[in-house]
Design a protein around this ligand. Structure first.
Ligand SMILES: [Zn+2]
Length: 125
């Protein structure tokens, strides 16, 4: 088995618990239900496509309504993390591809970058 894994299955399970807890607390605040996750994911993907090919698409209002259901950037980020957590490259930095420290992921399971790359990213954006 040579698949590069940045975290162990146990760590992955621990992070999934963190993410689920966060979703639960977010949905308590926003009224968003876990059942909306699939819809939210679909809306997110549609939105991404919209950003890529600029022409207005029909159904845009539907997307906006669904995105409004997502209700917060954090909810979206946590949702994405739950979907990504099973990917082999989850826990690897988007920029330098080294492993993100598990301690960082525990605090921020939705983190896309290691601490140093995140700092650089925030400075340049
Ligand atoms: Zn990095």
């Amino acid at each position: 088995m040579s698949i590069r894994q940045s975290i162990s299955p146990q760590q992955r399970n621990a992070l999934m618990d963190v993410l689920r807890l966060r979703l639960t607390s977010l949905e308590q605040h926003s009224g968003t239900r876990l059942e909306d996750l699939t819809q939210a994911q679909h809306a997110y993907q549609t939105l991404q496509q919209d950003l890529h090919d600029a022409p207005q698409r029909s159904g845009e209002e539907e997307v906006e309504a669904a995105v409004a259901d997502i209700n917060s950037h954090e909810f979206s980020a946590v949702t994405q993390a739950l979907l990504r957590i099973h990917d082999a490259d989850y826990g690897l930095c988007l920029d330098c591809h080294s492993s993100i420290a598990f301690e960082r992921l525990q605090l921020e399971p939705q983190a896309l970058r290691c601490t140093s790359c995140q700092t650089l990213y925030e400075r340049s954006h």
